[in-house]
Design a protein around this ligand. Structure first.
Ligand code: KG4
Ligand code: ZN
Length: 336
């Protein structure tokens, strides 16, 4: 085992094809090719996503290797996302990684996409101290994750239905905004009044979340308003976006604060695509001040799907000697 390994990582779980090279804990390259085709369809079309990964993967991997100034012979291992994600998309990255691992006779390292979002916090320094609590908010998942060891994650809360990113995207769709709606709601909401249209927080016990009722509340609210003003959405778009991101952000933070108290945690972060949201980022900083804890937000490029975070988990696994076999199969959903 090389104590300062050079690892190529591949990410293809959804609609972004990514490749990155990590060497001795330094990210040398992080290339991402985001598929544009899905916005025409209002959501990710799995068949189109896997075909696009096939088109992009050779180029993305070569670009990552060139940017890192690396030759294939320099690699000590290949890390790859094995799930959760879209089956066809995962298969493209996994097959490519297996081919490289077999051809170069170097270990294959299996990476869970959600663990990688959480460990994005450990790419740059100062990294959080352990135990670390991470609110993982992406397009497909919402979890409160307690990290006691880099490779030991305990899920202490989760959504019972939609993910936070899905709530952003579905709300945006109801408002007539393009997919993915999260970044658009964020941008338009910055010029709006977040207090203008208050929505109630869903009631779910413990540290779990539910977002599907919020979407229905928005739908009914708009239906009633449109009866008296058919241009209600157009006339109030900024305030609606600001109010929508406030209810999602505040609800996320309420449970996060509950978990911080319950587990007496001093190091807390957010990760995943929704961690790019300006309202949520700001709210986390305020939680830090109010509760006297350290808060962390990964660099913007490490919040959205990327291969650098896959590389980071791969490095931990390589150093622990946790290699995968060539019979490694992808998985689509979280089993727990
Ligand atoms: O982690 P990610 O890139 O992909 C998944 O693994 O799902 O997350 C994508 C999600 C989408 O739902 C997108 O709308 C949301 O993250 N998102 C945002 C923002 N940027 C991305 N949501 C709110 N505000 C943003 N600025
Ligand atoms: Zn993701």
């Amino acid at each position: 085992m090389n104590p300062s390994p050079t690892i190529l990582a591949i990410e293809s779980s959804c609609d972004d094809t990514g490749a990155a090279v990590i060497q001795n804990s330094n990210i040398l390259s992080n290339i991402i090719s985001s598929q544009k085709i899905h916005s025409e369809h209002g959501g990710v079309v799995p068949e189109l996503a896997s075909r696009d990964h096939q088109k992009n993967i050779v180029y993305v991997v070569n670009e990552a290797m060139t940017k890192a100034g690396c030759k294939k012979e320099d690699l000590d291992a290949i890390a790859v996302t094995v799930g959760p994600g879209l089956l066809g998309s995962l298969l493209v990255g996994l097959s490519y990684a297996k081919g490289m691992s077999f051809g170069l006779d170097i270990p294959l390292l299996e990476v869970n996409h959600l663990d990688a979002h959480v460990l994005a916090h450990f790419i740059d320094t100062p990294a959080p101290s352990l135990p670390f609590l991470c609110l993982l908010v992406s397009g497909g998942h919402t979890q409160l994750v307690l990290v006691k060891d880099p490779l030991q994650h305990e899920i202490i809360g989760r959504t019972l239905d939609d993910a936070a990113g899905e709530a952003f995207d579905k709300g945006a769709k109801i408002l007539g905004l393009p997919y993915p709606g999260g970044p658009v709601v964020d941008r338009l909401g910055q010029d709006g009044d977040p207090e203008k249209f208050p929505f109630n927080h869903p009631k779910v016990a413990g540290l779990d979340y539910s977002f599907s009722g919020l979407k229905t509340a928005l739908l009914y609210f708009l239906r009633d308003q449109i009866k008296t003003d058919k241009d209600f959405i157009k006339n109030n778009l900024n305030d609606l976006c600001a109010s929508w991101q406030k209810v999602i952000g505040d609800y996320l933070i309420v449970k996060l604060k509950k978990a911080i108290k319950q587990y007496d945690i001093k190091h807390v972060g957010i990760a995943g695509g929704v961690a790019a949201n300006s309202y949520l980022r700001n709210s986390l900083h305020m939680v830090g001040k109010e509760m006297g804890i350290e808060t962390y937000i990964p660099d913007f490029q490490y919040c959205l799907d990327n291969a650098a975070m896959i590389a980071k988990v791969g490095e931990y696994k390589y150093l622990k000697g946790e290699h995968a076999g060539l019979d490694l199969a992808p998985f689509t959903r979280v089993s727990k």
